[in-house]
Design a protein around this ligand. Sequence first.
Ligand SMILES: Nc1nc2c(c(=O)[nH]1)N[C@H]1C(S)=C(S)[C@@H](COP(=O)(O)OP(=O)(O)OC[C@H]3O[C@@H](n4cnc5c(=O)[nH]c(N)nc54)[C@H](O)[C@@H]3O)O[C@H]1N2
Ligand SMILES: Nc1nc2c(c(=O)[nH]1)N[C@H]1C(S)=C(S)[C@@H](COP(=O)(O)OP(=O)(O)OC[C@H]3O[C@@H](n4cnc5c(=O)[nH]c(N)nc54)[C@H](O)[C@@H]3O)O[C@H]1N2
Ligand code: SF4
Ligand SMILES: [Mo]
Length: 747
Amino acid sequence: MTDWKTTACVLCSVNCGIRVLTGGDDGRQILKVRGDDDHPASQGYVCNKASRVNFYQNPRDRLTTPLRRRTDGSFEPIEWDTAIGEIADKLAGVKAAYGGEKILYYGGGGQGNHLPGAYARATASALGIKYRSNALAQEKTGEFWVADSMFGGWAHGDFHHCEVGLFIGKNPWQSHGIQRARTTVRDIAKDPARTLIVIDPKRTETADLADIHLAVQPGRDVWLLAAIAAAIVQDGWIDRDWMDVHVEGAEEVLEHLSTLPVGRYAALTGIDESTIRNVAKVIGSARSVAALEDLGVQMNRHSTLVSYTQRLLWILTGNFGRPGTNYLPNGLGAIGRGTPGGTSPVTGARIIAGLMPCNSIAEEILTEHPDRFRAMIVESANPVHSLAQSDAFRQAMRSLDCSVVIDIAMTETAREADYVLPTSTQYEKAEAAFFNFEFPDNYFHLRKPVLPPLPGTLPEAEIHARLMEALGAMPADLVDRLKHAWREGREAFRAEVFGALAEDPALVAAAPVILFRTLDEALPEGMGQGAALWALAHDFARRNETAVRNAGHEGEAGALGDALFDAMVEGSAVKFSSEDWDAIWQRVRRGEGKIRLDQPEMLEELSLVAAEVPGETSLEFPFVLSAGERRAFTANTVVRDPDWRRKDRDGALFIHPDDARSLNLGDGARARIHTARRSLEVQVAWNDRMRPGHISLPNGQGVDYPGDNGELERIGIAPNDLTSLADRDKFVGTPWHKSVPARIEAI
Ligand SMILES: Nc1nc2c(c(=O)[nH]1)N[C@H]1C(S)=C(S)[C@@H](COP(=O)(O)OP(=O)(O)OC[C@H]3O[C@@H](n4cnc5c(=O)[nH]c(N)nc54)[C@H](O)[C@@H]3O)O[C@H]1N2
Ligand SMILES: Nc1nc2c(c(=O)[nH]1)N[C@H]1C(S)=C(S)[C@@H](COP(=O)(O)OP(=O)(O)OC[C@H]3O[C@@H](n4cnc5c(=O)[nH]c(N)nc54)[C@H](O)[C@@H]3O)O[C@H]1N2
Ligand code: SF4
Ligand SMILES: [Mo]
């Protein structure tokens, strides 16, 4: 049996639409993959990775049954009912003994799946869970915080229409992050009227195409960006008229930049002053500039300040809120709303966008402090592998009273858990991501399953519904009433839902599982896990009526949300929001309409870096290691089977040939890499794209995967064996993975 079906690639955040041919001996294989020309956002585009999604779908270490840890550390299979019952009892026990806020929730989604997080909110509310975290709190929280205080939202660049495209610590050729990335950067590069600027120590594939490549000295972006901003001010490239209308609080920063010694800063960065002044001119005289920063600076020194300084370049030159510049997207989910709120219980770390810094988690557990976490649920994440200093997280998990991992595969994190729950893959259930950042038209894709669930696995919605039932927190009467109302019609259903929520606002958090239990059987086959979107569609339609109508959805005020929901559960990408550029300004600082430059902590920090003498390396550690580079065949740990890589199977350490020669390291040689934490053996590959002194290791490698004989093998280096929890941003705790001091020796 073979069949072509429509879905999306789940190997990075842009989730290109694909068509897949399924079949094979067991009928469970994704045999062929094509770009989906009908997908409105990706328009048929795919990169080299999409054709290999079967390596995600069918790993050897796929979980097929719930597991319970024995005292000797091995695992035994148990029935679902036993697992759910015991987990509910243990977590309820932690809540009763210490309070629900001693249970931490980590994860909730990955590159293509954000619905688990929605259902987990119900379980979290029943258990009184207060703290959560996920990977965003080791990369984006600094940017969210700065963006929120300056704009009230996370800006994205209109790279499809910009005159100047600026990528800072970002290699879209390999990592994407924007739709149709390779086509988009190539279009900018080949148009003589447009300019591609890349700031990256490495001559990446993107830098190869760039009109201007600033090969900054690793870890020194803050001085480079401040110098460009200063040159914009000093050389008269500011758009004063625009600033007068749209910006508040510019005085202090302008004063600082007007006297900043561009030449002295330039000397720290490895880029000439004249090049810096030319970049200021290119940005200052362009009709439109779109900018994107990513891990090269976000997982690096001064990352939060870089997120601020980076924004100055395009704010001072009026590049926001017009086609080809930068905008605040109208997302369906809440990703990127960076409002700070409170601090973590033990270390007092700043919580941003509701997320505790990843780098604090181990410290919040491995302590005698009475407020330490006692239990943890990890869902759709692999923090033992992905967070700094893996050993610390491993140890933290083992010291908890109870830990539960919900995943499709036996990951490094699952191996440390007390209970492991197997879930269906993203091709076996309805799934979606909230990485919808397009503008002026924006799209959402709730995908239909393309394969039946693997026996023994459940979708997360069902797992959380069962946990709620076991905790005695599922209002069965209400579910019955809602089922009845749904059969009567949408008006009756809306009245019943909104009536129940008005009566008991505490039900809001449980709504996703209530909707799932109510609608699972009523929705089109396999779309049950989409049920929670009913509430989201109504909420979005109520707040964005014009945008939803302009996107082509119809209905009376109350029915508009149902129209949007019905369009989503059909399973194709849906245009849910259509706006014009004026809408951006209504969102700026929640209707205040002005961008704020006066951020006291950032201004103070700018003054501090003026006096700082940077020093990333030492005699002991003369290299700067970027631990976790995106390459042609990396996808975090979403794909675990090393055979999926067509080349670079071992995930080699890239080093400039001159550096390699001086260390007597041949291309392909084995070497030993040392950091302050660990020494590990690695294979070296000469790579003249690297800047001398800068070395890199790929991300997502070094997973423990069963070989042909079933024994676990580790291919490549797990980068966080080399990183340290202490190396982190002082404001938001994001790690400095892109500049780890290191030494290499031939073996
Ligand atoms: N192929 C592939 N694509 C992916 C992923 C994947 O695993 N594989 N993961 C996805 C995820 S989760 C994310 S967050 C994104 C990340 O996407 P990117 O941020 O683009 O990925 P990286 O390769 O980690 O880092 C980008 C660049 O930063 C550069 N860099 C290193 N040090 C410095 C520095 O000091 N200054 C500057 N300016 N640059 C520096 C590196 O040379 C590298 O080219 O990719 C997503 N896409
Ligand atoms: N040193 C270093 N460390 C890094 C980075 C780096 O550059 N350098 N990059 C960091 C970045 S930017 C990120 S985003 C993180 C990513 O790290 P994490 O957020 O920890 O997650 P992933 O590696 O993306 O793995 C996602 C997990 O979800 C599971 N999964 C897949 N589909 C499903 C599903 O449908 N349901 C459930 N429940 N589980 C599923 C996969 O098996 C996998 O275990 O890594 C970070 N770690
Ligand atoms: S990995 Fe490639 S094909 Fe898959 S979503 Fe990302 S850009 Fe698209
Ligand atoms: Mo990421």
